[in-house]
Design a protein around this ligand. Structure first.
Ligand code: UDP
Ligand code: MG
Length: 317
């Protein structure tokens, strides 16, 4: 095969000192083999994005870059979260790369399918999604919540690739498309399918985290899922309206029922129904206000249009 486009691997890193050396080693091996087979250009790079890590992550990236310029680095001015760090990397890589593959620093994404992704790119795909075939290594809880998340997203009408995280290849053209999306609440998995162009899928088995801890504790996972749903769908608002309408109809029926019972002379033991309805309606209203607040919060954030990240340093020569 003789196709020599420039490939950039983009890896967001937050406190990843425990895995970085091993990740760098494995990716380097992969890149070398591909360069030798003339699959990708010698100018291809492994780009680590330091997302405001508090440990030695940036020191390690700098050292790797010094030893071998195939490693490049981007340093964000502070921690901005996985999605923003990834975007910063993608947008920096876009200046030089013909194609970019994003993956996690912890080696959970099988590096052996990188070749397949690149092959699909040469066959004409602008986006190649890495899709997990098995989740054996995840805990039951993670599996359960993740599955629920994808199902809810699909039910909400968001085009999302099932079991695809952020392991994907994007061509320069697709990245240019991505750069046209200006929303502050960034949810790449939902946006990428909106870019269009030809896409394909490769399946892989997700490994266990090589070392270190997950940077997605439950709280962050919930925030991520809420963001994903509310940035793409207004269905929750519609659901509230429907719900409100239903409850209103039911309460009218109940009212009629109570009037009839009253006229028949049967005393109504009203306490239970009163208390229950107060609680039910009160709860529902709170929920509704909460959901509406979520959207208003989004509007508030979007109108401010703050930068999603600020790059402090770029090591790429
Ligand atoms: N990450 C990041 N910024 C953050 C949190 C995570 O750049 O604020 C990176 C992290 O270093 C890793 C990737 O995002 O490369 C995915 O995180 P992690 O593996 O902890 O998530 P999980 O696989 O447990 O969902
Ligand atoms: Mg991980």
């Amino acid at each position: 095969m003789k196709n020599s486009d420039i490939l950039y691997l983009v890896i967001p890193c937050y406190n990843e000192e425990a895995v970085l050396h091993e990740t760098a080693r494995q990716l380097m091996k992969k890149m070398k083999a591909m360069i030798e087979r003339n699959m990708i250009s010698e100018e291809s790079k492994i780009m680590f994005v330091n997302d405001g890590s508090k440990d030695k992550t940036w020191d390690i990236i700098q050292e790797l870059h010094r030893l071998n310029p195939i490693y490049s680095g981007v340093k964000l001015s502070r921690n901005k979260g996985h999605q923003n760090a990834l975007l910063a990397g993608l947008m920096t890589a876009r200046e030089k790369a013909d194609m970019v593959i994003s993956l996690d620093a912890d080696l959970q994404d099988d590096v052996n399918v990188i070749d397949k992704m690149v092959e699909k790119y040469y066959e004409g795909s602008d986006v190649v999604y890495g899709v997990r075939s098995a989740r054996d290594t995840d805990t039951f809880f993670k599996k359960f919540t993740a599955e629920g998340f994808y199902k809810i997203m699909q039910a909400m009408g968001v085009e999302i690739v099932f079991n695809h995280a952020d392991y994907r290849l994007m061509s320069k053209r697709a990245l240019d498309g991505l750069s046209e999306f200006h929303e502050v609440n960034l949810f790449l998995r939902g946006i990428v399918p909106l870019i269009g162009y030809k896409s394909d899928i490769v399946t892989y088995e997700r490994h266990e985290r090589f070392a270190g801890e997950s940077k997605y504790p439950l709280k962050k996972m919930l925030a991520f899922a809420t963001d994903g749903i509310t940035s793409f769908s207004i269905k929750p608002i519609r659901m509230i309206t429907t719900c409100g309408f239903l409850i209103f109809s039911i309460s009218i029926l109940m009212l009629l029922y109570f009037i009839v019972i009253h006229m028949l002379g049967k005393t109504v033991q009203g306490w239970t129904s009163t208390v229950v309805s107060i609680w039910a309606i009160g709860g529902l209203q709170l929920l509704a206000i909460g959901v509406i607040g979520e959207y208003i919060g989004k509007i508030y954030l979007e109108t401010k249009a703050r930068p999603k990240y600020i790059i402090e340093t770029v090591l790429d020569k």
